[in-house]
Ligand binder design. Structure first.
Ligand code: SF4
Length: 150
């Protein structure tokens, strides 16, 4: 599966991480995270992401960027003609092997990793939370370091 769609302003929590004992998570393939919700409307793509996509589509990185991306400030994101991700087809990711970093790291995004947001928004939004294998704190830290807006 994968995800989406995030906003540009990050809120970093300075408190003790509520996830220090790890969190169970397993994607349930609902496609929820690939749909626009409120201010979460962008799929950001780093240079690494754009190169991966270019290889997937067998075109140059420049061609991929020109055809599929727009830039806001210093950040590229997918150009989505509709609100949801352009690569979401029948509630599934049609480019799963090439999905961007933010899709690979969902739901472990900096703006999600405070207890309030996690318990009120992420849990309600994503049915994968609380299911599957335990994702260790060290793995969560690695996901957080990969955030495309860092
Ligand atoms: S690229 Fe795939 S996983 Fe990422 S938001 Fe689009 S459809 Fe979802």
């Amino acid at each position: 599966m994968a995800p989406t769609i995030k906003q540009i302003n990050l809120t970093k929590s300075a408190s003790e991480p509520f996830w220090k004992a790890g969190i169970r998570f397993e994607c349930q393939s609902t496609g929820n995270c690939c749909t626009s919700r409120g201010s979460h409307g962008f799929v950001y793509v780093t240079l690494v992401d754009r190169r991966r996509f270019a290889k997937f589509f067998k075109i140059s990185t420049l061609s991929f960027t020109r055809r599929y991306c727009e830039k806001i400030g210093d950040f590229f994101h997918l150009k989505n003609p509709k609100a949801d991700c352009r690569f979401l087809k029948d509630r599934k990711c049609s480019v799963y092997a090439a999905r961007p970093t933010q899709c690979r790291t969902w739901p472990f995004w900096p703006e999600n990793m405070n207890a309030k947001t996690w318990n009120t928004e992420v849990k309600a939004f994503c049915p994968g939370v609380g299911k599957g294998k335990l994702v260790l704190a060290s793995e969560i830290e690695t996901f957080l370091e990969q955030d495309p807006l860092n």
